[in-house]
Design a protein around this ligand. Structure first.
Ligand code: PBG
Length: 322
């Protein structure tokens, strides 16, 4: 019987399992995505994302403080403006909802990192991530607006700019604009590898940003492509990105691993709204254990190579980590 290898020896008790555990989650790994809307005292639950809310600025401050007490030190903000137009002007308005929210957070909760998502889709009436002409999303003219948005976010006090728009050349455009405006110290967390995914459905309800015609396949990536992901990551790396993000997370663990192995930048992965909604929905039906499954997915994302995880579970699970 000497021939039998016995890995079970290291699984016998909770303490032994903890001793040999290879991957650990910490609230420091998390970025907490939040949706900020107009008004006061607004805390409107998002139908397809139980536990996630549209928050007015006063409520946002409370939520960020509460998450901070639970150990979560980074948030990413998505603005849900009242007014939308073809050029997404509220994205780069000095008094836009996101800019005001950033100012409030920097004033009220000083040691929390405020990341500003940089895209136009929440601010355009057509719901696309850039300017439209003849049914096409224009690339270069959109870059100017994204750069303007980034500068206005940095002026409001954003600690990190996270462009999610998937226009070609967005990192260099934003980098140049930030540098020119004196924000050379502000890092760019690039959504370098962002797939055209069905998993963004609930987010689009939350941000009211569903495209009014067509879809995003003309700029976001084809889910079937892995080599192209390396090309996207390489381009952003060369253009000066400080972080590389892969999005969604769970269906793309192979991509997270590949980016981790190839690039020596911090790798972020976004557990998107649909990933969150699936877990919440199945748990509500009593078909899975919510906390256990959520932690299992987050662990797998970290095990795949992510240093940072953007997740709607950040606050809820910060105190329940393995
Ligand atoms: C904006 C943006 C989206 C998400 C993050 N930034 C939506 C989209 O591309 O349609 C999705 C996040 C999520 O689903 O949780 N472009």
């Amino acid at each position: 019987m000497n021939l039998i290898e016995r890995p079970r020896r290291l699984r016998r008790t909770a303490a032994i399992r903890a001793l040999v555990r290879e991957t650990r989650l910490s609230p420091d790994d998390f970025v907490y995505p939040l949706f900020v809307c107009e008004g006061e005292g607004v805390r409107r639950e998002i139908g397809s994302m139980p536990g996630a809310f549209n928050l007015s600025i006063d409520e946002l401050v409370k939520e960020v403080e509460a998450a901070r007490s639970a150990g979560v030190r980074s948030v990413i903000l998505f603005g849900v403006p009242d007014r939308k137009d073809a050029a997404g002007t509220q994205a780069y308005a000095e008094d836009g909802i996101t800019q005001r929210a950033i100012r409030a957070l920097k004033r009220e909760v000083k040691d929390t990192i405020v990341i500003a998502d940089n895209c136009l889709c929440e601010y355009t009436d057509h719901g696309h991530c850039g300017l439209i002409e003849d049914g096409e999303v224009l690339n270069d003219p959109t870059l100017d607006l994204l750069a303007q948005t980034a500068v206005s976010q940095a002026e409001a006090g954003a600690d990190i700019i996270a462009p999610s728009n998937m226009m070609d050349g967005f990192v260099v455009a934003i980098r140049e604009a930030l540098d020119e405006a004196g924000f050379e110290h502000i890092p760019i967390m690039s959504y370098a590898v962002k797939y055209a995914s069905g998993f963004y459905g609930p987010f689009r309800e939350a941000a009211q940003s569903a495209p009014q015609f067509g879809d995003r396949r003309g700029y976001q990536m084809d889910p079937a492509n892995a080599r192209e992901a390396m090309r996207e990551a390489e381009l952003d790396f060369q253009q000066g990105a400080d972080f590389l993000m892969v999005k969604p997370a769970l269906p793309y663990l192979d991509i997270i691993r590949a980016v981790r192995e190839r690039f020596d930048l911090p790798v972020a992965a976004y557990q998107v709204s649909g990933e969150y909604a699936m877990i919440k929905a199945a748990a509500r039906l009593g078909w899975i254990e919510e906390e256990r499954v959520a932690l299992e997915t987050l662990t797998s994302i970290k095990r795949a190579g992510a240093d940072i995880i953007l997740t709607y579970f950040a606050h809820e699970l910060a105190k329940k980590l393995w």
